[in-house]
Ligand binder design. Structure first.
Ligand code: PMP
Ligand code: GLN
Length: 382
């Protein structure tokens, strides 16, 4: 008899990012779907990794991460967000933000706990809550600006609420939190034991003179927050999968209990290279201007198409409404876009627990200018 596996997650499909990139490759479409740059990272960063590979930094890093890197992250957060995290006890290097999210959520969510998730959401959040026996409580954000309805949040917080997951700048909508949002949030959680996961992987990609407001900037939020970020977005190195979590000591202690048995430690030479790079360079300060040019180029180039672009204040994603072009649902429309028109995008419905029925898709503009122009020409012909 063949062994059988009873699925723990029978309704969970393959991530839309894997599906669309594979389809784009099969059909040789210009890939504006999964979020990764089609240009390379700084050659100096590669040289640094090579240097550390050659100098023997090839064994396990300490479980929480290479101390020099934790030290540089602590200094960077202190400089940018006026928040102090002890590198010894409050910063942990993880296998991308993905592992940090997994470790933080599973460390604190137990059976029956409620977790507030705003939708559209990054697809990693709800499944991890569900593996832990938690119950996602979805709060919907509405186009065009996808701002947070704080009155609803206030009503949704109960004695069963263990965690709230926030993401700013927000994937897929490109919205960002402002000072009023942070104040509302602080008021709502004040006096409760609600914890927060703040996914800030696009912290350095904010446009039009706005600045990123980390949850770490407010002490009343910082004390209950797992602050998560990723070097993949900041240094054009999504394939290296190094991220981190900064959180107060008791939260970090619980996160590390999980991290030590997911990966124990992550890639040693890359951690050393990032530590040097962070110490010597502040390229991340120029990232917003770099991506704003790409956002503007892409928006301008599809101006004469029948797509209607939505606001985009941060991230490297641009939402576009296609209701003037097709009545198909978003997944069917994206499939047609790839197969017939040669451009890959991401439908919005996988970012909802029940598909919202919008006629909106997401384009990634972390691409060479020529890729964006090429894609835009194809989109303008539709
Ligand atoms: N959070 C968000 C909002 C993301 O868009 C991504 C994807 N890149 C991640 C987390 C995962 O980051 P990483 O690749 O570092 O695991
Ligand atoms: N964060 C990336 C995106 O939103 C994808 C990461 C992944 O493939 N899991 O496109």
């Amino acid at each position: 008899m063949k062994p059988t596996v009873k699925s723990k997650m029978p309704n969970l499909n393959l991530s839309v990012f894997a599906v669309m990139t594979q389809l784009a490759e099969e059909h040789k479409a210009v890939n504006l779907s999964q979020g990764f740059p089609d240009f390379d990272c700084d050659p100096e960063l590669i040289d640094l990794v090579y240097q550390y590979l050659k100098s023997g930094k090839n064994q396990y890093a300490p479980m929480p991460g290479v101390p020099a890197l934790r030290g540089e992250i602590s200094k960077k957060i202190a400089g940018l967000y006026k928040a102090n995290y002890d590198p010894q006890t409050e910063i942990t290097i993880t296998a991308g933000a993905t592992e940090a999210l997994y470790a933080a959520i599973t460390a604190v969510v137990s059976s029956g706990d409620e977790v507030i998730i705003f939708e559209p959401f990054y697809d990693a959040y709800p499944p991890v809550v569900q593996y832990s026996g938690g119950k996602p409580v979805f709060i919907r954000l509405s186009p065009p600006d996808f701002s947070i309805p704080w009155d609803e949040v206030k009503k949704a917080v109960t004695s069963r609420t263990k965690l709230m997951i926030l993401n700013s700048p927000h994937n897929p909508t490109g919205s960002i939190l402002n000072e009023d949002d942070l104040r509302e949030l602080a008021e709502i959680v004040d006096g409760t034991s609600v914890l927060i996961v703040s996914d800030e992987v696009y912290e350095h990609i904010v446009f039009d003179g706005f600045r990123h407001l980390s949850l770490a900037t407010l002490p009343e939020l910082r004390k209950r927050t797992f602050l998560i970020s990723s070097f993949g977005k900041t240094y054009h190195t999504t394939g290296w999968k190094i991220g981190y979590c900064a959180a107060p000591e008791p939260l970090t202690a619980e996160l590390r209990k999980i991290h030590q048995f997911i990966t124990f430690a992550v890639n040693t030479p890359v951690q050393w290279a990032y530590a040097d790079f962070l110490k010597e360079r502040d390229d991340y300060l120029a990232l917003s201007a770099f991506y704003q040019k790409k956002r503007d180029l892409f928006r301008r180039s599809i101006d004469s198409s029948r797509f209607e672009v939505l606001p985009c204040k941060g991230t490297y994603f641009q939402l576009a409404d296609y209701s003037k072009i097709s009545r198909k649902n978003d997944t069917e429309f994206v499939t047609e876009l790839i197969k017939t028109h040669g451009v890959a995008a991401i439908p919005l419905s996988p970012f909802y627990h029940d598909s919202a029925g919008h006629k909106i898709i997401r384009f990634c503009f972390a691409k060479k200018d020529e890729t964006l122009i090429n894609a835009a020409e194809l989109l303008c012909r539709i």
